[in-house]
Every structure is written in C-alpha cells, then in structure tokens.
Design a protein around this ligand. Structure first.
Ligand SMILES: CC(C)(COP(=O)(O)OP(=O)(O)OC[C@H]1O[C@@H](n2cnc3c(N)ncnc32)[C@H](O)[C@@H]1OP(=O)(O)O)[C@@H](O)C(=O)NCCC(=O)NCCS
Length: 158
C-alpha cells in the first residue's frame, strides 16, 4: 500500500472508492454528498494540485484507492480535516498512518490550526483525533441536534 498526493488523473479511482463505501462508513463519512460525481472530485483534485487543499490517497498495488485524507482550504483560518477508509481495511492502523502523514505535511506548511466535525457516536474516530492532539471546542448538528463534536488541533510549537 502507498500513500501519495492525488491528482486529477486519480478522479476515476477516487470515484470508485466513494461509490463502493458501505453504509457503516458512509454513516460517518460523506464529504462529497451521497451522489458524488466525477466532476466534483476533479474540482477537488485540481484545487489540491494548485495548493488550495492537501489530498492524499491510500492505494493498493493495483492503484485502487482504499483511503482518502484531506485538508480543505489550507490557507483559510480554519482548514477542515477529513478522513475515510474502505470498509475492508478498518481498524488496521491505516487511519492513523494516513492522518499522521497529512499532519506532518500540515506542520511542514506551518498550518496553525485544523478543524473537524465528528459524530459523537464515532468512537474510533474520536479516539484517533484526541490522540492526534484535537480538542473538543463545542457541539454541532450533523444528522440530529447536537449529535457531533466540533474539534480543533493547534500545530505543535516548533
Ligand atoms: C476513523 C478511521 C479513519 C480510523 O482509522 P482506522 O484505521 O480504522 O483506525 P486505526 O486502526 O488507525 O486506529 C486508530 C485509533 O483508533 C482507536 N480505535 C481503533 N479501533 C477502535 C475501536 N473499535 N473502538 C475505539 N477506538 C478504536 C485507537 O485509539 C487507535 O489508536 P492506536 O493506534 O493507538 O491503537 C476509520 O475507521 C474510518 O475510515 N472509519 C469510517 C469513516 C469515518 O468514520 N471517518 C471519519 C469521519 S469524522
């Protein structure tokens, strides 16, 4: 498995990834909406190529995308973090590896703060995020009132 920057050439493989996620994953992770289209992903990847976002994929030996991690709008005050894995590889350490890779990149870019929202019931993600230095700053609504945490991670001092 390899972790690398995704480009617009990866849009079909990324689309296949999003279209094959099962309900367990999409309950928690639906960053491009339920009916994701290739053009939407191409726009996202084009913006990554030009430095607006950071967008990394976890790819297997036949270049299938099995995980996606991104930081949206890295020049904004509060860039947004997102991560999702294919159901076939949950709980095997790939999420931590992907997240650590993108935060090493974020810290190298001196991105001072990263934000996210996560459903309170997503115990695995919450525990990963806390271990990466995220702190809960409030609650917010994703599917039902106050069902989610809003978290922030301040970059470590250099
Ligand atoms: C959240 C997600 C990225 C985590 O990645 P993962 O590879 O499954 O998790 P890892 O194996 O790297 O484990 C990371 C940490 O989660 C915690 N964890 C793992 N499995 C857990 C479980 N069943 N219950 C509670 N915590 C758990 C552990 O603290 C672990 O830390 P460790 O590395 O010190 O053991 C992944 O599960 C995923 O894509 N889930 C579906 C989509 C999703 O929820 N995205 C996030 C939306 S906010």
């Amino acid at each position: 498995m390899t972790v690398r920057d995704l480009t617009t050439a990866d849009a079909p493989a990324l689309l296949e990834f999003y279209r094959t996620l099962d309900q367990e994953v999409t309950w928690y992770y639906l960053p491009f909406g339920a009916d994701v289209r290739q053009e939407t992903l191409e726009d996202h990847l084009r913006a990554a190529e030009t430095g607006t976002h950071i967008s990394l994929g976890l790819l297997d030996e036949v270049q299938r995308v099995l995980g996606h991690v991104f930081l949206w709008n890295i020049r904004d005050e509060k860039p947004v973090f997102g991560i999702g894995l294919h159901q076939s590889i949950l709980g095997q350490g790939w999420g931590r590896r992907l997240a650590e890779t993108i935060f090493a990149r974020a810290d190298a870019h001196r991105i001072p703060l990263v934000s996210l929202t996560v459903l309170k019931t997503n115990v695995r993600a919450c525990s990963l995020y806390r271990s990466l230095g995220f702190e809960t700053r409030g609650v917010c609504t994703m599917r039902s009132t106050d069902d989610s945490y809003y978290m922030e991670r301040i970059a470590p001092a250099r």
